[in-house]
Design a protein around this ligand. Structure first.
Ligand code: UDP
Ligand code: MG
Length: 361
């Protein structure tokens, strides 16, 4: 297959209920787009029959390709894997559950052709999500935006189109605790939004329970801001200042002969200061833990199976300089086949759909 113009990256974790409908909508989209496109499904260690479904889908549709991770590595790593393997001049990441309507991609592509490098979907409304999720997400994105020095778009998820040069720049960012939407903002280039109404999940249930959402939010903040660490300094200063004041009051009371038993004050003060200390140790721990995870330099994911992928060629790395800006795709040369890139991707056994295997025989 020649180099596709567009790659769709779709992470899949236990989505067997969703896949048949996704398949239909994707075919409609591919028809409407009328451009050379590929779809890369990344099976993130699903425990249901998702992988089986994907194998079947890829056997019937040569534009579908799939990578199966050796276990569940998490949403952010799954999309990183798909982005690494993508070859399109533009790459769109979308969820499998059709909460991100595929039809919006037509609009995204149009903006990309106008010369934008990143076209993110901004949620105008969110259907079928709990009040709690909507409110906490709203608060989080505002706090996050206020805390970090780079500009991040509000109310966006990972549903976005990125040009080749953004994808290549993203490949340089190999941090273990990934907050992909923040990393895309960090990369920069010309960015714009298209608005859409976020639909309800078509089937199955969310793979983001509260605990995962909280961990994701902490990852976002800790990987882009050291403000929590600095807060320790500020709170320390504040408490220190207050204790000096209190000491002065205590000395004056002593000299004036008003010494009272003071049990309550002692208990309140000790427990308050202790909890502040614990909290700050915890914050420190968050960052130390991240340093620890990072220095191990483990790969972000391990690929167990590749479906409808060509056998890896010689390893060569695409460089940013070799990638054309988004709009003038016609004039750019085709640099390197990035599917030949990865580390472990190339090591995994090469599995093809039955039709392809037959053609080779
Ligand atoms: N997902 C994944 N790995 C995970 C969790 C989720 O690949 O560990 C995928 C999931 O299959 C879906 C997307 O990430 O395609 C978003 O997940 P979900 O719709 O459950 O999240 P929500 O929309 O509820 O925030
Ligand atoms: Mg969803």
């Amino acid at each position: 297959m020649p180099r596709p113009e567009l790659s769709l990256v779709i992470p899949i974790y236990n989505e067997e209920k969703v896949l048949p409908r996704l398949d239909v909508r994707l075919r409609e989209l591919l028809g409407a787009l009328a451009m050379n496109a590929e779809v890369i499904f990344v099976d993130d260690g699903s425990k249901d029959r998702s992988l089986e479904f994907l194998r079947g889908m890829a056997a019937r549709e040569p534009r579908y390709r799939a990578l199966s991770l050796s276990r569940n590595f998490g949403h952010q790593r799954a999309i990183s894997c798909g982005m690494d393997a993508s070859r399109g001049r533009a790459v769109v990441v979308m969820d499998a559950d059709l909460q991100d309507p595929p039809e919006i991609i037509v609009e995204m592509v149009a903006r990309w052709r106008e010369g934008f490098d990143v076209v993110y979907g901004r949620r105008r409304s969110r259907d079928g999500e709990t009040f709690f999720k909507v409110v906490t997400a709203k608060i989080f994105y505002r706090v996050f935006a206020a805390m970090i020095p780079i500009e991040v778009p509000l109310d966006t998820g990972d549903f976005r189109l990125m040009s080749r040069r953004v994808i290549v720049a993203m490949r340089e960012l190999r941090e273990t605790h990934r907050f992909v939407r923040g990393l895309v903002a960090w990369v920069g280039f010309k960015q714009t939004a298209v608005e859409y109404d976020r639909a309800a999940r078509v089937a199955g249930e969310t793979k983001y329970p509260f605990s995962k959402m909280l961990a994701f939010a902490i990852d976002g903040i800790a990987s882009f801001s050291i403000l929590p660490l600095r807060a320790a300094t500020y709170i320390g200063l504040l408490v220190g200042f207050a204790s000096v004041l209190y000491a002065i009051i205590a000395v004056i009371s002593y000299l004036a002969g008003h010494t009272v038993p003071g049990w309550t004050t002692t208990v309140v003060l000790v427990s308050f200061l202790f909890s502040v200390q614990l909290l700050m140790t915890g914050v420190l721990g968050e960052y130390v833990g991240r340093i620890y995870e990072q220095v191990k330099e483990r790969p972000l994911y391990v690929v167990a199976e590749r479906i409808n992928f060509k056998r890896a060629r010689r390893r060569r790395f695409e460089t940013l300089a070799g990638v054309a800006p988004p709009a003038n795709s016609a004039s750019s040369s085709d640099p390197v086949d990035p599917s030949s890139l990865e580390t472990l991707v190339g090591v995994a056994p090469d599995v093809r759909g039955p039709s392809v295997t037959k053609a080779i025989r």
